[in-house]
Design a protein around this ligand. Structure first.
Ligand code: AMP
Length: 216
């Protein structure tokens, strides 16, 4: 079974949801720079504070900062594979990742692109709620979360991400089109790219990912 993969796609394409399902079902460790940086901000560390403003405006954090986070994470947790959710997001990050993995002799096995329409992105992001404690993602329309915003897993508060506001979302989409979409070619040329229709429900998407991993 394949155990080294990156999940790519627009904001709201389901990367975080699928990464969580992969780790629960197959035990492959997952990491997401966005989640790490939100946690750092909540903890009040200098990294969290320095990057909060960029994130709040929907920009991309400098490549060197992100690559260092990933390199440190791989050193500690990378022995049993990895799922990267939201990394790489620029060509420089993808090239750095390739160089790091060559050094570790653990090449990437899959680059999965979750393709979604702009309508799906806007629908999902406008209703998205996230647990501040454990990161669980849901939507206001699922369950009774509009009335009782409590995480069903850990009872933490379910909140809207402050970068899910519609103006910030537009900036994030602009960054995505300009800097992340070119990665499709990079991974296509490496024979690693697989596109999946991410407009469908989470189980259907997960079925396709499981097949690509060689687990179904
Ligand atoms: P996410 O949780 O993946 O939606 O990321 C939230 C925010 O964190 C992004 O809008 C960026 O500001 C920042 N971020 C996350 N991953 C990266 C990355 N690979 N490169 C640069 N910035 C990132």
């Amino acid at each position: 079974m394949k155990k080294r993969l990156v999940l790519l796609g627009a904001p709201g394409s389901g990367k975080g949801t699928q990464a969580e399902m992969i780790t629960r079902q197959f035990g492959i460790p997952v990491t997401s720079p966005g989640a790490i940086l939100r946690r750092e901000k909540d903890l009040g560390t200098s990294l969290g504070i320095e990057t909060a403003e960029i994130i709040q405006h929907g920009g991309l954090v400098p490549d060197d900062t992100i690559v260092k986070l990933i390199e440190d994470w791989l050193r500690l947790h990378g022995a049993h594979g990895f799922v990267f959710d939201g990394f790489p997001r620029t060509l420089r990050q993808a090239e750095s990742l390739r160089a790091i993995l060559v050094r570790h002799r653990t090449p990437l096995e899959l680059a999965i692109w979750l393709e979604v329409s702009e309508e799906t992105v806007r629908d999902r992001i406008s209703g998205r709620l996230q647990c501040r404690s454990c990161g669980f993602v849901t939507s206001v329309s699922a369950g009774n979360f509009a009335e009782r915003s409590i995480c069903p897993y850990c009872e933490g508060p379910l909140v809207r991400r402050n970068d899910d506001d519609s103006t910030v979302l537009q900036n994030r989409l602009n960054e995505y089109h300009a800097k992340t979409e070119p990665l499709a070619r990079f991974y296509e040329e490496g024979g690693l790219l697989h596109r999946i229709d991410g407009n469908r429900d989470r189980e259907a998407v997960f079925g396709d990912i499981s097949r690509l991993l060689g687990a179904a």
